[in-house]
Design a protein around this ligand. Structure first.
Ligand SMILES: *[C@@H]1O[C@H](CO)[C@@H](O)[C@H](O)[C@H]1NC(C)=O
Ligand SMILES: *[C@@H]1O[C@H](CO)[C@@H](O)[C@H](O)[C@H]1NC(C)=O
Ligand SMILES: *[C@@H]1O[C@H](CO)[C@@H](O)[C@H](O)[C@H]1NC(C)=O
Ligand SMILES: *[C@@H]1O[C@H](CO)[C@@H](O)[C@H](O)[C@H]1NC(C)=O
Ligand SMILES: *[C@@H]1O[C@H](CO)[C@@H](O)[C@H](O)[C@H]1NC(C)=O
Ligand SMILES: *[C@@H]1O[C@H](CO)[C@@H](O)[C@H](O)[C@H]1NC(C)=O
Ligand SMILES: *[C@@H]1O[C@H](CO)[C@@H](O)[C@H](O)[C@H]1NC(C)=O
Ligand SMILES: *[C@@H]1O[C@H](CO)[C@@H](O)[C@H](O)[C@H]1NC(C)=O
Length: 534
């Protein structure tokens, strides 16, 4: 009790300290080389604007109608898609949906667009101006891996992009619609360690003017990055865990000897390799957009043994969590690259190898190809693909640690703790662990299972087992309460419930004493605060 009273002044002091420590975050310190500091990018990439989108290939038998496709995207809470053309039916179906779309220009149209300004202007009029802004076209991807798959068209690439950009400019859409071209990872040589990466010299005559143009117009460098292929090509060198974003033991982490940056996964290393390659050409203000990445769920038994449902689930689930964590890359912790998963549907009409037809998250009929494990990232792709999840207290923790987290959840965290009050359905069993579980779950569900909302400084964990019991129904459970009031014990002394009531009083005093901004701030800083308070 006395403990509680001395906490308030300490808390205020801590808030001040935290405030100052946050204003000089490690991200800024690391960024002292000023790389990307002078960003003049129009759709300025703030960390919170990073997203996960999906590519929609259409070599699918019985492809959904555009209307059904859009319903499905809504259902899965998918808000960013990329298509490989500018299909008018899909663009029409996407109107007034809030779903952003990247449209593409197939390689076989480059000649026409790269050699005539008027053809480019007409293309922009037909495929962008006619739909925008009802259909949120956010970018045009011009050609596909042209420098590596169709070198004869390389000279056409920049002229096509320039003509299209001029047409966007003339329609005053250049601030809303970005334009770039997706590259294969192989244009970057020696990507490991990233600080030694550079663009293939033979391609530099095309790449240099291109990235200078991207820098001028504030568009991203589009890259197709497949840790799957890196792993397959460098088996034995790149550990599979590293490719799959699995937690690594420190000795397995890749350390860049020049920067001493630690790389926990191959994708981050590939992205940083692109930044270093651009820096070698003195371009430092173009962000990387990963237009394709993914992992096949099935392959030829002999040739592609790592194309499995388990690996595909692990890669894509961890990828999604990694982007939603918004921790950036080791070189640029302040910029989390957005990614487009390759791809939404298995393209069953594709020719061998077997993996080619098995990159999809879903079959063409919208049945999931495998179950993702993406709890903790909100509702994105969560419908149908993951079991309902709950957040509970871990086993074997001392009650003091749990109590602090419980106090926070029911106080600043604004979890609904009414059911764990004496006499209510979840009061029994009356101990800190079960009360904490209820409060954690209430907070977790309230936050839409957002990343980090089931942590409580590491004392909470996610479970797919419904923790409801008896008449106690946990938040998020589909069980229906058959609630009957329990008898209130009049002899509660220093029970968990008692402490809970006190902490709630303390919390409400705290909230009225500090203003709302601080309250918000407090919520944001919870893990650190708890660390210091304990
Ligand atoms: C689109 O987003 C805006 C604002 O974010 C919202 O008001 C509107 O209801 C959304 N429309 C649809 C169709 O979801
Ligand atoms: C396209 O227009 C630009 C500037 O408006 C001009 O410099 C260029 O020569 C034109 N290209 C062609 C192929 O006409
Ligand atoms: C660099 O690009 C050229 C032209 O595409 C290609 O022939 C060459 O093999 C590439 N170099 C390497 C090391 O991949
Ligand atoms: C980049 O800048 C360095 C130093 O100013 C210069 O030596 C080099 O030629 C530049 N490279 C390019 C591609 O502009
Ligand atoms: C999943 O779909 C059902 C039925 O459309 C809907 O009621 C529910 O809210 C959805 N859940 C999520 C997490 O989006
Ligand atoms: C979902 O729950 C069922 C039964 O509880 C279990 O068999 C299955 O493995 C779970 N799926 C996932 C993705 O956790
Ligand atoms: C808290 O939960 C109880 C029981 O589930 C519910 O009746 C009450 O409306 C909730 N209160 C708030 C503020 O959501
Ligand atoms: C409520 O349901 C639980 C099981 O879900 C059962 O054990 C309990 O007896 C039920 N109570 C009432 C009053 O029906």
């Amino acid at each position: 009790m006395a403990n509680t009273n001395t906490k308030l002044p300490t808390l205020l002091l801590l808030l001040l300290i935290l405030f100052f420590s946050i204003s000089s975050s490690p991200a800024q310190l690391l960024n002292s080389n000023h790389l990307l500091q002078q960003q003049h990018i129009q759709n300025e990439p703030s960390p919170s604007s990073s997203y996960v989108g999906v590519n929609i290939g259409t070599d699918v038998s019985n492809l959904l109608s555009p209307t059904d496709l859009v319903s499905f995207l809504h259902f899965q809470k998918i808000t960013h898609v990329r298509i490989y053309d500018a299909n008018p039916d899909i663009l029409r179906a996407l109107s007034n949906t809030n779903i952003s779309v990247i449209i593409s220009i197939p390689n076989n149209q480059l000649l026409a667009l790269g050699s005539s300004n008027s053809t480019a202007a007409l293309w922009v009029y037909r495929n962008v101006v006619s739909y925008y802004p009802q259909t949120l076209i956010t970018a045009i991807s011009v050609g596909d891996e042209v420098l590596t798959t169709l070198p004869s068209s390389s000279p056409l690439l920049l002229p096509a992009i320039t003509s299209l950009y001029n047409a966007l400019l003339a329609s005053n859409l250049h601030q809303h619609v970005q334009i770039s071209t997706p590259h294969a990872a192989s244009i970057i040589l020696d990507p490991f360690p990233p600080s030694q990466a550079f663009f293939n010299q033979t391609l530099v005559p095309f790449i240099l003017p291109l990235i200078q143009f991207l820098s001028r117009i504030g568009s991203p460098l589009m890259m197709n990055f497949y840790p799957y292929y890196v792993f397959m090509e460098k088996k034995g060198v790149v550990p599979i865990d590293n490719a799959l974003f699995k937690p690594l033991t420190p000795d397995k982490e890749m350390v860049d000897p020049n920067t001493l940056l630690h790389y926990e996964n191959v994708l981050d290393a590939m992205v940083d390799a692109a930044y270093f390659s651009m820096k070698n050409l003195n371009v430092s203000d173009v962000v990387v957009l990963v237009t394709e990445t993914g992992w096949p769920s099935k392959g030829d038994a002999k040739e592609e043994p790592f194309a499995t449902k388990d690996n595909a689930d692990t890669y894509n689930s961890n990828l999604i969590k990694h982007v939603f964590d918004r921790t950036g890359t080791p070189l640029h912790p302040e910029i989390t690259p957005s990614v487009y998963i390759y791809e939404l549907f298995n393209e069953d009409l594709r020719s061998p190898p077997v993996s080619e037809a098995n990159w999809g998250l879903f079959y063409g009929n919208t049945t999931p190809s495998y179950l993702l494990h993406v709890s903790g990232v909100g509702s994105f792709l969560a419908n149908d693909t993951t079991n309902q999840t709950y957040c509970i207290a871990m086993d074997g923790l001392d009650s003091r640690t749990l109590q602090a987290a419980l106090d926070w959840a029911c106080g600043p965290g604004q979890a609904n703790c009414s059911e764990i009050q004496p006499g209510e359905s979840c009061y029994q069993p009356n101990n800190v662990k079960s009360h904490a579980s209820y409060a954690f779950d209430s907070y977790f569900q309230k936050e839409g299972k957002a990343p980090g909302s089931c942590d409580f400084k590491g004392v909470a964990m996610i479970t797919t087992t419904d923790p409801s019991h008896g008449s106690c129904v946990f938040p998020g459970s589909k069980k229906v309460s058959n609630k009957t009031k329990q008898v209130v014990s009049s002899t509660i002394s220093r029970s968990a419930g008692d402490k809970l009531m006190m902490s709630r009083t303390f919390s409400s005093f705290k909230i009225s004493a500090v203003n709302n901004i601080w309250h918000f701030f407090l919520a944001a800083c919870f893990p650190t605060l708890l660390l210091v308070l304990l």
